[in-house]
Design a protein around this ligand. Structure first.
Ligand SMILES: *[C@@H]1O[C@H](CO)[C@@H](O)[C@H](O)[C@H]1NC(C)=O
Ligand SMILES: *[C@@H]1O[C@H](CO)[C@@H](O)[C@H](O)[C@H]1NC(C)=O
Ligand SMILES: *[C@@H]1O[C@H](CO)[C@@H](O)[C@H](O)[C@H]1NC(C)=O
Ligand SMILES: *[C@@H]1O[C@H](CO)[C@@H](O)[C@H](O)[C@H]1NC(C)=O
Ligand SMILES: *[C@@H]1O[C@H](CO)[C@@H](O)[C@H](O)[C@H]1NC(C)=O
Ligand SMILES: *[C@@H]1O[C@H](CO)[C@@H](O)[C@H](O)[C@H]1NC(C)=O
Length: 423
């Protein structure tokens, strides 16, 4: 393990010397020696090195180290550096020596030592490994199977933190939709100085997939339990909300959201509360964990429904992204009377119908007064023409009969006149 580092150092020395990297060789120190790397716990990686050979006796040695991408630069007098790094990819540390803590002092040639992730197909490692610390009481980690894995892979999760002293295995692995999940107890009570990160590793029993790592800092990924509303009250036209915070948190370490829904006005207001305190003297001297907030501009004579949720804040925690669930809702104000609504619903149509009938009757009477009844011309015409129509056939028959008689008469007359002429 020591040889490659040394070789690399020598190579770097030759390369940099040849490339003109050493502008003033007399001023810079020789490189560190015997740089090596080792892993403890799940992913505590420690690099160690020895002081350079042939350093100037007037130089009090300091060591500059940073990762390959010049990230996390440190200048320390110690000849080792430990970091918790998720070993999902190759990580390289570069170390050089110098004679002061001055960052602009040119260090010696940098020596580099890398650590590679465990062997195995990277596509087989689990993905989206995420952990949430629920109310500082238990941690739940979830992940998705890797792409190149058989569906019957049996996963195991190992975890470690400084107060444990050993690596433990998570007992209860279960499926949750697409994800696989495991929860383990991890308690941080108030005042405890637990400030260790939690190291997580997920692999399989058979050793067929590449292990995946995650590091959860002790001050992030915390999702508090929902608070509990104790009371709502109106005082001098303001709404006072009093609630109890989830256990394990100082009030000053939480931020709050108070939601007020007004049923009648159909309003939905959310108040962001950084520091919850009531000016009202009645709420001073609160019990520990009891919080009070005054909501302005709430209509007292309507129904208001209040919910609260909390999240960790930047004062005590690194990230503040996870809101708790909403608390149980509590209502205050005049509730709309349901029997009143039902009665209204029944009475309104009845009143409307009665009004219409009265109106119709009234209109009819009005009509009689304004327009007295006049003979219906339509009826009269119908009577006249209806009777006539019934007799039309008779008339026609009669017509024809009369015509025929007349013709017969005519012909008789003609015959008689012809007779008279022949005589
Ligand atoms: C580097 O390690 C080797 C073998 O472990 C040792 O002989 C040598 O003295 C070390 N170099 C320094 C500068 O300590
Ligand atoms: C070291 O310091 C002493 C006095 O402080 C000085 O005489 C000597 O020349 C210095 N040596 C080097 C190598 O700079
Ligand atoms: C660091 O070194 C630069 C030049 O090398 C110098 O100008 C500066 O004052 C030094 N800073 C300190 C804090 O010694
Ligand atoms: C997982 O465990 C079950 C039951 O213990 C076993 O039948 C199965 O073969 C295992 N899967 C693998 C990939 O080893
Ligand atoms: C938060 O809500 C989710 C979904 O409704 C539920 O599964 C979970 O148990 C709740 N968590 C807490 C701490 O109440
Ligand atoms: C308050 O109103 C919002 C928006 O209409 C709704 O999403 C929320 O569920 C309501 N809250 C309660 C406690 O009903």
């Amino acid at each position: 393990m020591e040889r490659p580092a040394r070789l690399y150092g020598l190579w770097a020395l030759l390369f940099c010397a040849g490339g003109g990297g050493l502008a003033a060789p007399a001023e810079t120190q020789p490189p560190v020696t015997n740089l090596s790397v080792s892993v403890e716990n799940l992913c505590t990686v420690t690099w160690t090195w020895n002081p350079p050979e042939g350093a100037s006796p007037n130089c009090s040695l300091w060591y500059l180290s940073h990762f390959g991408n010049k990230q996390d630069k440190k200048i320390t007098p110690e000849t080792h550096r430990s970091e918790e790094v998720p070993l999902n990819e190759r990580i390289c540390l570069q170390v050089g020596s110098q004679c002061s803590t001055n960052e602009s002092e040119k260090p010696s040639i940098l020596v580099e030592k890398c650590i590679s992730p465990p062997e195995g197909d990277p596509e087989s490692a689990v993905t989206e490994l995420q952990c949430v610390w629920h109310n500082l009481r238990y941690m739940k980690c979830t992940w998705l199977p890797g792409r190149n894995t058989s569906p019957d892979t049996n996963y195991t999760l190992y975890y470690w933190h400084s107060s444990l002293g050993q690596i433990l295995q998570c007992e209860n692995i279960y499926r949750e939709d697409q994800h696989i999940a495991c929860s383990f107890a991890l308690t941080k009570v108030k005042d405890s100085n637990f400030d260790s990160s939690v190291q997580i590793m997920v692999k399989d029993n058979a050793g067929k997939i590449r292990p995946a790592f995650s590091i959860v800092p002790s001050s992030s990924h915390v999702k508090p339990d929902p608070p509990h509303i104790k009371s709502l009250s109106f005082q001098n036209g303001d709404l006072y909300v009093q609630w109890k915070n989830p256990q394990n948190f100082y009030s000053r370490c939480l931020s709050y959201q108070v939601e007020v829904n007004n049923t009648q006005a159909k309003t939905h207001d959310i108040f962001y509360v950084e520091e919850a305190k009531c000016q009202n003297s009645e709420f001073e001297g609160n019990l520990e964990g009891m919080i009070c907030f005054m909501v302005p501009g709430v209509l007292p004579d309507t129904l208001n429904t209040v919910r609260i949720r909390v999240k960790t804040n930047k004062l005590c925690y690194e990230d503040d992204k996870l809101w708790s669930n909403w608390s149980q809702a509590m209502s205050i104000g005049q509730k709309a009377n349901p029997t009143f609504y039902i009665t209204t619903l029944l009475i309104i149509p009845v009143i409307v119908a009665a009004a219409i009938i009265v109106l119709l009757l009234y209109l009819k009477r009005l009509k009689i007064i304004i327009f007295p009844p006049i003979p219906d011309p339509g009826k009269i015409f119908k009577e006249m023409f209806g009777d006539q129509n019934d007799d039309t056939l008779h008339w026609k028959k009669y017509d024809i009969y009369e015509k025929q008689t007349k013709e017969e008469t005519d012909s008789v007359v003609l015959i008689e006149s012809l007779k008279k002429a022949s005589q």
